[in-house]
Design a protein around this ligand. Structure first.
Ligand code: ADP
Length: 430
Protein backbone atom coordinates (compact mmCIF):
# COMPACT_ATOMS: atom_id res chain seq x y z
CA UNK A 1 0.00 0.00 0.00
CA UNK A 2 1.11 3.54 -0.70
CA UNK A 3 1.24 6.70 1.39
CA UNK A 4 -1.42 7.14 4.03
CA UNK A 5 -4.28 9.61 3.78
CA UNK A 6 -7.84 9.96 5.00
CA UNK A 7 -7.60 8.30 8.41
CA UNK A 8 -4.52 6.19 7.87
CA UNK A 9 -5.63 4.55 4.63
CA UNK A 10 -4.57 4.96 1.05
CA UNK A 11 -6.51 7.60 -0.77
CA UNK A 12 -7.82 7.05 -4.29
CA UNK A 13 -9.29 9.84 -6.37
CA UNK A 14 -11.62 8.44 -9.00
CA UNK A 15 -12.75 10.27 -12.10
CA UNK A 16 -16.32 9.84 -13.24
CA UNK A 17 -17.24 6.47 -14.71
CA UNK A 18 -14.23 4.66 -13.31
CA UNK A 19 -13.93 2.03 -10.62
CA UNK A 20 -11.51 1.02 -7.90
CA UNK A 21 -11.06 -2.74 -7.84
CA UNK A 22 -9.53 -4.51 -4.90
CA UNK A 23 -9.13 -7.96 -3.41
CA UNK A 24 -8.69 -8.56 0.30
CA UNK A 25 -5.71 -10.68 1.22
CA UNK A 26 -6.26 -14.05 2.93
CA UNK A 27 -6.55 -13.68 6.69
CA UNK A 28 -6.96 -9.89 6.44
CA UNK A 29 -9.75 -7.34 6.39
CA UNK A 30 -10.01 -4.12 4.46
CA UNK A 31 -11.87 -0.98 5.39
CA UNK A 32 -13.33 1.31 2.79
CA UNK A 33 -14.52 4.84 3.34
CA UNK A 34 -16.09 7.30 0.93
CA UNK A 35 -14.49 10.70 1.53
CA UNK A 36 -16.05 12.90 -1.16
CA UNK A 37 -18.48 12.52 -4.05
CA UNK A 38 -20.79 9.59 -4.78
CA UNK A 39 -19.92 5.95 -5.27
CA UNK A 40 -21.54 2.52 -5.26
CA UNK A 41 -20.56 -1.09 -4.75
CA UNK A 42 -22.39 -3.37 -7.20
CA UNK A 43 -25.34 -0.98 -7.37
CA UNK A 44 -25.61 -0.16 -3.64
CA UNK A 45 -24.72 3.41 -2.73
CA UNK A 46 -22.00 4.14 -0.18
CA UNK A 47 -22.65 6.52 2.69
CA UNK A 48 -20.11 9.26 3.25
CA UNK A 49 -17.79 8.83 6.25
CA UNK A 50 -18.97 5.35 7.12
CA UNK A 51 -16.39 2.60 7.34
CA UNK A 52 -17.25 -0.54 5.41
CA UNK A 53 -15.34 -3.69 6.30
CA UNK A 54 -14.69 -6.53 3.86
CA UNK A 55 -13.52 -10.00 4.93
CA UNK A 56 -10.61 -12.04 3.51
CA UNK A 57 -10.96 -12.97 -0.14
CA UNK A 58 -13.57 -10.29 -0.99
CA UNK A 59 -13.36 -9.02 -4.55
CA UNK A 60 -14.90 -5.59 -4.74
CA UNK A 61 -15.42 -2.78 -7.23
CA UNK A 62 -16.24 0.76 -6.10
CA UNK A 63 -17.77 2.50 -9.08
CA UNK A 64 -18.52 6.19 -9.44
CA UNK A 65 -20.78 7.87 -12.00
CA UNK A 66 -19.85 11.38 -10.88
CA UNK A 67 -16.33 11.08 -9.44
CA UNK A 68 -15.30 10.57 -5.84
CA UNK A 69 -12.46 9.94 -3.48
CA UNK A 70 -12.24 6.96 -1.16
CA UNK A 71 -9.75 5.58 1.29
CA UNK A 72 -8.74 1.97 1.75
CA UNK A 73 -7.02 0.61 4.83
CA UNK A 74 -5.84 -2.93 5.47
CA UNK A 75 -4.00 -5.40 3.30
CA UNK A 76 -5.16 -5.78 -0.26
CA UNK A 77 -3.85 -8.31 -2.72
CA UNK A 78 -4.46 -5.87 -5.53
CA UNK A 79 -5.99 -2.41 -5.68
CA UNK A 80 -6.18 -0.45 -8.91
CA UNK A 81 -8.38 1.99 -10.74
CA UNK A 82 -9.89 0.99 -14.07
CA UNK A 83 -11.43 3.29 -16.63
CA UNK A 84 -12.54 0.41 -18.77
CA UNK A 85 -15.80 -0.95 -17.37
CA UNK A 86 -19.03 -2.17 -19.01
CA UNK A 87 -21.09 -0.23 -16.44
CA UNK A 88 -22.62 2.09 -19.01
CA UNK A 89 -23.91 -0.93 -20.95
CA UNK A 90 -25.28 -2.43 -17.74
CA UNK A 91 -26.96 0.87 -16.90
CA UNK A 92 -28.52 0.99 -20.35
CA UNK A 93 -29.79 -2.54 -19.82
CA UNK A 94 -31.36 -1.42 -16.57
CA UNK A 95 -32.92 1.56 -18.36
CA UNK A 96 -34.44 -0.73 -20.99
CA UNK A 97 -35.89 -2.99 -18.27
CA UNK A 98 -37.28 0.03 -16.45
CA UNK A 99 -38.92 1.12 -19.70
CA UNK A 100 -40.60 -2.29 -19.87
CA UNK A 101 -41.81 -1.93 -16.27
CA UNK A 102 -43.31 1.46 -17.05
CA UNK A 103 -45.06 0.04 -20.06
CA UNK A 104 -46.30 -2.91 -18.00
CA UNK A 105 -47.70 -0.50 -15.44
CA UNK A 106 -49.48 1.52 -18.11
CA UNK A 107 -50.91 -1.42 -20.03
CA UNK A 108 -51.73 -3.55 -17.02
CA UNK A 109 -49.26 -6.20 -18.15
CA UNK A 110 -46.46 -7.94 -16.35
CA UNK A 111 -42.94 -6.59 -16.04
CA UNK A 112 -39.78 -8.06 -17.55
CA UNK A 113 -38.62 -11.54 -16.68
CA UNK A 114 -34.90 -11.65 -17.22
CA UNK A 115 -32.54 -14.60 -17.26
CA UNK A 116 -28.81 -13.95 -16.83
CA UNK A 117 -26.59 -16.64 -18.35
CA UNK A 118 -22.95 -17.31 -19.13
CA UNK A 119 -20.06 -19.54 -18.13
CA UNK A 120 -18.63 -19.44 -14.60
CA UNK A 121 -16.87 -16.33 -13.42
CA UNK A 122 -18.23 -13.79 -15.84
CA UNK A 123 -20.03 -11.77 -13.20
CA UNK A 124 -23.56 -13.16 -13.53
CA UNK A 125 -24.40 -12.78 -9.85
CA UNK A 126 -22.90 -9.30 -9.88
CA UNK A 127 -24.99 -8.21 -12.87
CA UNK A 128 -28.11 -9.60 -11.16
CA UNK A 129 -27.31 -7.69 -8.01
CA UNK A 130 -26.70 -4.50 -9.97
CA UNK A 131 -29.97 -4.73 -11.91
CA UNK A 132 -31.94 -5.56 -8.76
CA UNK A 133 -30.38 -2.70 -6.79
CA UNK A 134 -31.05 -0.17 -9.55
CA UNK A 135 -34.65 -1.38 -9.79
CA UNK A 136 -35.35 -1.12 -6.03
CA UNK A 137 -33.70 2.29 -5.94
CA UNK A 138 -36.50 3.37 -8.29
CA UNK A 139 -39.11 1.89 -5.96
CA UNK A 140 -39.61 -1.38 -7.87
CA UNK A 141 -40.02 -4.75 -6.16
CA UNK A 142 -38.25 -7.22 -8.43
CA UNK A 143 -37.75 -10.86 -7.47
CA UNK A 144 -34.40 -12.57 -7.49
CA UNK A 145 -34.59 -16.17 -8.61
CA UNK A 146 -31.40 -17.97 -7.62
CA UNK A 147 -30.77 -21.14 -9.61
CA UNK A 148 -27.02 -21.29 -9.05
CA UNK A 149 -26.85 -24.34 -6.76
CA UNK A 150 -23.07 -23.98 -6.40
CA UNK A 151 -22.90 -20.37 -5.22
CA UNK A 152 -26.27 -19.19 -4.00
CA UNK A 153 -26.54 -15.55 -3.03
CA UNK A 154 -29.68 -16.26 -1.03
CA UNK A 155 -29.38 -19.48 0.94
CA UNK A 156 -26.93 -22.31 1.61
CA UNK A 157 -25.43 -24.16 -1.38
CA UNK A 158 -27.50 -26.99 -2.81
CA UNK A 159 -30.68 -24.95 -2.80
CA UNK A 160 -32.78 -23.11 -5.38
CA UNK A 161 -34.69 -20.09 -4.19
CA UNK A 162 -36.66 -16.92 -4.83
CA UNK A 163 -36.51 -13.70 -2.88
CA UNK A 164 -38.54 -10.53 -3.22
CA UNK A 165 -36.05 -7.66 -3.17
CA UNK A 166 -37.19 -4.69 -1.12
CA UNK A 167 -33.98 -2.73 -0.65
CA UNK A 168 -30.57 -2.62 -2.32
CA UNK A 169 -28.18 -5.33 -1.19
CA UNK A 170 -26.17 -4.36 1.88
CA UNK A 171 -22.70 -3.17 0.82
CA UNK A 172 -20.99 -5.56 3.23
CA UNK A 173 -23.43 -8.41 3.68
CA UNK A 174 -25.35 -8.77 0.43
CA UNK A 175 -29.09 -9.44 0.39
CA UNK A 176 -30.87 -9.04 3.66
CA UNK A 177 -32.77 -12.22 3.64
CA UNK A 178 -36.32 -12.04 4.89
CA UNK A 179 -38.35 -15.12 4.17
CA UNK A 180 -36.95 -16.42 0.92
CA UNK A 181 -38.69 -19.35 -0.70
CA UNK A 182 -36.14 -22.16 -0.68
CA UNK A 183 -36.16 -25.62 -2.25
CA UNK A 184 -33.85 -28.50 -1.54
CA UNK A 185 -31.73 -29.60 -4.48
CA UNK A 186 -29.03 -31.36 -2.49
CA UNK A 187 -25.87 -30.91 -4.50
CA UNK A 188 -23.66 -28.19 -5.92
CA UNK A 189 -24.06 -29.02 -9.60
CA UNK A 190 -27.28 -29.42 -11.58
CA UNK A 191 -25.77 -32.43 -13.36
CA UNK A 192 -26.14 -34.57 -10.25
CA UNK A 193 -29.88 -34.69 -10.85
CA UNK A 194 -30.97 -32.67 -13.86
CA UNK A 195 -34.57 -33.92 -13.67
CA UNK A 196 -34.91 -32.59 -10.16
CA UNK A 197 -33.19 -29.36 -11.16
CA UNK A 198 -35.66 -28.75 -13.97
CA UNK A 199 -38.59 -29.74 -11.81
CA UNK A 200 -37.64 -27.28 -9.08
CA UNK A 201 -37.12 -24.57 -11.72
CA UNK A 202 -40.71 -25.18 -12.83
CA UNK A 203 -41.89 -25.08 -9.21
CA UNK A 204 -40.28 -21.71 -8.63
CA UNK A 205 -41.74 -20.38 -11.88
CA UNK A 206 -45.19 -21.51 -10.84
CA UNK A 207 -44.97 -19.96 -7.37
CA UNK A 208 -43.62 -16.72 -8.84
CA UNK A 209 -46.44 -16.55 -11.38
CA UNK A 210 -49.03 -17.16 -8.67
CA UNK A 211 -47.54 -14.34 -6.63
CA UNK A 212 -47.66 -12.03 -9.65
CA UNK A 213 -51.35 -12.72 -10.02
CA UNK A 214 -52.12 -11.43 -6.55
CA UNK A 215 -49.38 -8.84 -6.16
CA UNK A 216 -49.29 -6.11 -8.76
CA UNK A 217 -45.95 -4.68 -7.61
CA UNK A 218 -44.28 -8.07 -7.88
CA UNK A 219 -45.76 -8.53 -11.32
CA UNK A 220 -44.55 -5.15 -12.59
CA UNK A 221 -41.15 -5.60 -10.90
CA UNK A 222 -40.57 -8.81 -12.81
CA UNK A 223 -37.72 -11.11 -11.97
CA UNK A 224 -34.00 -11.50 -12.49
CA UNK A 225 -32.91 -15.13 -12.72
CA UNK A 226 -29.35 -16.07 -11.87
CA UNK A 227 -28.25 -19.35 -13.44
CA UNK A 228 -25.41 -21.85 -13.20
CA UNK A 229 -22.22 -21.56 -15.22
CA UNK A 230 -22.78 -24.95 -16.83
CA UNK A 231 -23.85 -23.98 -20.36
CA UNK A 232 -23.27 -27.16 -22.37
CA UNK A 233 -25.31 -30.31 -22.91
CA UNK A 234 -27.92 -30.80 -20.21
CA UNK A 235 -26.78 -27.53 -18.63
CA UNK A 236 -27.77 -25.73 -21.82
CA UNK A 237 -31.06 -27.65 -21.96
CA UNK A 238 -31.75 -26.54 -18.40
CA UNK A 239 -31.38 -22.90 -19.52
CA UNK A 240 -33.84 -23.44 -22.36
CA UNK A 241 -36.20 -25.14 -19.92
CA UNK A 242 -35.90 -22.23 -17.49
CA UNK A 243 -36.62 -19.69 -20.24
CA UNK A 244 -39.81 -21.51 -21.09
CA UNK A 245 -40.92 -22.22 -17.50
CA UNK A 246 -40.59 -18.55 -16.53
CA UNK A 247 -41.68 -17.31 -19.97
CA UNK A 248 -38.71 -14.98 -19.92
CA UNK A 249 -38.76 -11.86 -22.07
CA UNK A 250 -35.07 -11.04 -21.95
CA UNK A 251 -31.94 -13.16 -21.79
CA UNK A 252 -28.67 -11.45 -20.95
CA UNK A 253 -25.73 -13.50 -22.15
CA UNK A 254 -22.46 -12.56 -20.55
CA UNK A 255 -19.30 -12.94 -22.53
CA UNK A 256 -20.06 -15.95 -24.71
CA UNK A 257 -20.99 -15.44 -28.33
CA UNK A 258 -21.58 -19.11 -28.98
CA UNK A 259 -24.11 -19.37 -26.17
CA UNK A 260 -25.73 -16.17 -27.45
CA UNK A 261 -26.13 -17.62 -30.93
CA UNK A 262 -27.46 -20.93 -29.65
CA UNK A 263 -30.09 -19.23 -27.50
CA UNK A 264 -31.10 -16.92 -30.34
CA UNK A 265 -31.61 -19.98 -32.48
CA UNK A 266 -33.49 -22.05 -29.90
CA UNK A 267 -35.67 -19.57 -28.02
CA UNK A 268 -38.90 -18.16 -29.47
CA UNK A 269 -38.38 -15.06 -31.61
CA UNK A 270 -40.11 -12.70 -29.16
CA UNK A 271 -37.46 -13.37 -26.51
CA UNK A 272 -34.85 -10.64 -26.62
CA UNK A 273 -31.41 -12.19 -26.36
CA UNK A 274 -28.70 -9.66 -25.60
CA UNK A 275 -24.95 -10.21 -25.56
CA UNK A 276 -23.09 -8.21 -22.92
CA UNK A 277 -19.37 -8.06 -22.24
CA UNK A 278 -18.03 -9.21 -18.89
CA UNK A 279 -16.21 -6.79 -16.67
CA UNK A 280 -12.43 -7.01 -16.71
CA UNK A 281 -12.66 -6.81 -12.93
CA UNK A 282 -14.37 -10.17 -12.48
CA UNK A 283 -11.92 -12.49 -10.87
CA UNK A 284 -11.66 -16.12 -11.72
CA UNK A 285 -12.10 -18.25 -8.65
CA UNK A 286 -10.29 -21.52 -8.09
CA UNK A 287 -12.04 -24.72 -7.03
CA UNK A 288 -10.72 -24.20 -3.50
CA UNK A 289 -11.97 -20.66 -3.50
CA UNK A 290 -15.45 -21.83 -4.45
CA UNK A 291 -15.43 -24.54 -1.82
CA UNK A 292 -14.43 -21.96 0.78
CA UNK A 293 -17.21 -19.65 -0.34
CA UNK A 294 -19.70 -22.50 0.07
CA UNK A 295 -18.37 -23.31 3.51
CA UNK A 296 -18.60 -19.66 4.53
CA UNK A 297 -22.20 -19.56 3.41
CA UNK A 298 -23.11 -22.53 5.61
CA UNK A 299 -21.13 -21.16 8.56
CA UNK A 300 -22.96 -17.87 8.12
CA UNK A 301 -26.28 -19.67 8.25
CA UNK A 302 -25.48 -21.11 11.67
CA UNK A 303 -23.22 -18.50 13.22
CA UNK A 304 -24.30 -15.22 11.59
CA UNK A 305 -22.32 -12.61 9.80
CA UNK A 306 -19.79 -10.47 11.70
CA UNK A 307 -22.09 -7.82 13.17
CA UNK A 308 -24.88 -10.26 13.97
CA UNK A 309 -23.84 -13.43 15.78
CA UNK A 310 -26.18 -16.38 16.01
CA UNK A 311 -25.81 -19.07 18.62
CA UNK A 312 -26.72 -22.42 17.12
CA UNK A 313 -27.87 -25.29 19.28
CA UNK A 314 -26.58 -28.84 19.50
CA UNK A 315 -28.94 -31.60 20.54
CA UNK A 316 -29.73 -35.25 20.02
CA UNK A 317 -32.40 -36.48 17.65
CA UNK A 318 -33.68 -40.03 17.89
CA UNK A 319 -33.70 -41.95 14.61
CA UNK A 320 -37.27 -42.99 15.36
CA UNK A 321 -38.38 -39.35 15.51
CA UNK A 322 -37.35 -38.41 11.97
CA UNK A 323 -37.61 -39.68 8.43
CA UNK A 324 -34.58 -39.09 6.26
CA UNK A 325 -34.71 -39.27 2.48
CA UNK A 326 -32.33 -38.88 -0.38
CA UNK A 327 -33.85 -37.72 -3.66
CA UNK A 328 -32.96 -39.89 -6.64
CA UNK A 329 -32.10 -43.57 -6.78
CA UNK A 330 -28.89 -44.55 -8.54
CA UNK A 331 -29.66 -44.78 -12.23
CA UNK A 332 -30.01 -48.24 -13.70
CA UNK A 333 -30.08 -49.25 -17.37
CA UNK A 334 -33.49 -48.74 -19.03
CA UNK A 335 -33.77 -52.46 -19.71
CA UNK A 336 -33.60 -53.19 -15.99
CA UNK A 337 -36.32 -50.74 -14.97
CA UNK A 338 -39.52 -52.27 -13.63
CA UNK A 339 -42.33 -52.28 -16.15
CA UNK A 340 -44.02 -48.89 -16.47
CA UNK A 341 -41.22 -47.01 -14.75
CA UNK A 342 -39.06 -44.46 -16.52
CA UNK A 343 -35.67 -43.02 -15.73
CA UNK A 344 -37.50 -39.84 -14.62
CA UNK A 345 -39.08 -41.75 -11.82
CA UNK A 346 -35.77 -42.97 -10.49
CA UNK A 347 -34.30 -39.44 -10.46
CA UNK A 348 -37.30 -38.11 -8.59
CA UNK A 349 -37.67 -41.08 -6.30
CA UNK A 350 -37.46 -40.64 -2.55
CA UNK A 351 -35.09 -43.16 -1.12
CA UNK A 352 -35.35 -43.67 2.65
CA UNK A 353 -31.95 -43.35 4.33
CA UNK A 354 -31.04 -45.45 7.33
CA UNK A 355 -28.83 -43.28 9.51
CA UNK A 356 -25.29 -44.57 9.81
CA UNK A 357 -21.86 -43.18 10.57
CA UNK A 358 -21.54 -41.91 6.99
CA UNK A 359 -24.29 -39.39 7.69
CA UNK A 360 -21.84 -37.43 9.87
CA UNK A 361 -21.16 -33.86 8.64
CA UNK A 362 -23.91 -33.97 6.01
CA UNK A 363 -26.19 -30.98 5.67
CA UNK A 364 -29.88 -31.92 5.91
CA UNK A 365 -32.80 -29.78 4.79
CA UNK A 366 -35.81 -29.72 7.07
CA UNK A 367 -38.80 -29.98 4.78
CA UNK A 368 -41.94 -27.92 5.34
CA UNK A 369 -43.98 -30.85 4.02
CA UNK A 370 -46.90 -31.87 6.17
CA UNK A 371 -46.28 -34.76 8.45
CA UNK A 372 -48.10 -38.00 7.99
CA UNK A 373 -48.22 -37.69 4.24
CA UNK A 374 -47.98 -41.15 2.82
CA UNK A 375 -45.40 -42.36 0.38
CA UNK A 376 -47.41 -43.36 -2.68
CA UNK A 377 -45.56 -45.88 -4.74
CA UNK A 378 -42.25 -44.53 -3.54
CA UNK A 379 -42.75 -41.30 -5.45
CA UNK A 380 -43.91 -38.67 -3.05
CA UNK A 381 -44.21 -35.67 -5.32
CA UNK A 382 -45.58 -33.48 -2.57
CA UNK A 383 -42.33 -33.70 -0.70
CA UNK A 384 -40.09 -32.82 -3.64
CA UNK A 385 -42.17 -29.75 -4.30
CA UNK A 386 -42.32 -28.60 -0.70
CA UNK A 387 -40.06 -25.74 0.33
CA UNK A 388 -37.66 -26.19 3.20
CA UNK A 389 -37.91 -24.33 6.49
CA UNK A 390 -34.29 -24.67 7.59
CA UNK A 391 -31.12 -26.73 7.70
CA UNK A 392 -29.23 -28.82 10.22
CA UNK A 393 -25.84 -30.50 10.17
CA UNK A 394 -25.25 -33.96 11.60
CA UNK A 395 -22.26 -33.72 13.92
CA UNK A 396 -22.31 -37.22 15.36
CA UNK A 397 -24.13 -40.50 14.83
CA UNK A 398 -24.54 -43.06 17.58
CA UNK A 399 -25.82 -46.19 15.89
CA UNK A 400 -25.86 -48.11 19.16
CA UNK A 401 -28.04 -45.57 20.91
CA UNK A 402 -30.02 -44.89 17.71
CA UNK A 403 -29.52 -41.13 18.00
CA UNK A 404 -27.66 -38.47 16.08
CA UNK A 405 -26.38 -35.13 17.32
CA UNK A 406 -27.24 -32.17 15.16
CA UNK A 407 -26.31 -28.51 14.87
CA UNK A 408 -29.44 -26.44 14.47
CA UNK A 409 -30.16 -22.70 14.33
CA UNK A 410 -33.09 -23.18 16.72
CA UNK A 411 -33.36 -25.11 19.99
CA UNK A 412 -34.97 -28.53 20.08
CA UNK A 413 -37.35 -29.90 18.98
CA UNK A 414 -37.02 -29.85 15.22
CA UNK A 415 -39.93 -27.94 13.67
CA UNK A 416 -40.65 -30.80 11.26
CA UNK A 417 -39.53 -34.38 11.01
CA UNK A 418 -38.96 -34.99 7.34
CA UNK A 419 -35.32 -34.45 6.45
CA UNK A 420 -33.66 -34.44 3.04
CA UNK A 421 -30.01 -35.31 2.80
CA UNK A 422 -27.55 -33.20 0.79
CA UNK A 423 -24.32 -34.39 -0.82
CA UNK A 424 -22.82 -31.33 0.82
CA UNK A 425 -20.87 -31.69 4.04
CA UNK A 426 -19.94 -29.11 6.62
CA UNK A 427 -17.36 -29.62 9.30
CA UNK A 428 -18.17 -27.50 12.30
CA UNK A 429 -14.88 -26.28 13.73
CA UNK A 430 -16.32 -24.06 16.45
P1 ADP B 1 -20.48 -15.53 -11.59
O1 ADP B 1 -21.83 -15.33 -10.94
O2 ADP B 1 -20.54 -15.39 -13.07
O3 ADP B 1 -19.80 -16.79 -11.18
P2 ADP B 1 -19.73 -13.33 -9.87
O4 ADP B 1 -20.71 -12.28 -10.19
O5 ADP B 1 -19.97 -14.11 -8.62
O6 ADP B 1 -19.55 -14.33 -11.10
O7 ADP B 1 -18.29 -12.64 -9.83
C1 ADP B 1 -17.11 -13.34 -9.49
C2 ADP B 1 -16.28 -12.53 -8.50
O8 ADP B 1 -15.81 -11.34 -9.11
C3 ADP B 1 -17.05 -12.09 -7.27
O9 ADP B 1 -16.24 -12.33 -6.14
C4 ADP B 1 -17.30 -10.61 -7.48
O10 ADP B 1 -17.34 -9.93 -6.24
C5 ADP B 1 -16.09 -10.21 -8.30
N1 ADP B 1 -16.36 -9.06 -9.19
C6 ADP B 1 -17.40 -8.89 -10.03
N2 ADP B 1 -17.27 -7.74 -10.73
C7 ADP B 1 -16.13 -7.15 -10.30
C8 ADP B 1 -15.44 -5.95 -10.64
N3 ADP B 1 -15.91 -5.11 -11.56
N4 ADP B 1 -14.29 -5.69 -10.00
C9 ADP B 1 -13.79 -6.54 -9.08
N5 ADP B 1 -14.38 -7.69 -8.74
C10 ADP B 1 -15.54 -8.00 -9.32
Amino acid sequence: AGAGAGGGGTRFDLEKETELRFEVEAGEKVQLELLTGLAEVFGSELNRNKKYTFPPGSKIAVFTWQGCSVSLSGKTEVAYVSKDTPMLLYLNTHAALEQMRRQAERDNERGPRVMVVGPTDVGKSTVCRLLLSYAVRLGRRPTLVELDVGQSGVSVPGTMSALCIERPADVEEGYSVQAPLVYHFGSTTPGTNIKLYNKLTSCLAEVFSQRCEVNRKASVGGCIINTCGWVKGSGYQALVHCASAFEVDVVLVLDQERLYNELKRDLPHFVRVVLLPKSGGVVERSKDCRREARDDKIREYFYGFRGVSFYPHAFDVRFSDVRIYKIGAPSIPDSCLPLGMSQDDTQLKLVPVTPGRDLTHHVLSVSCADEGEEVAGGVRRGLLESPVCGFIVVTNVDTQGQVMTVLSPAPRPLPRHTLLIMDIRFIDLK
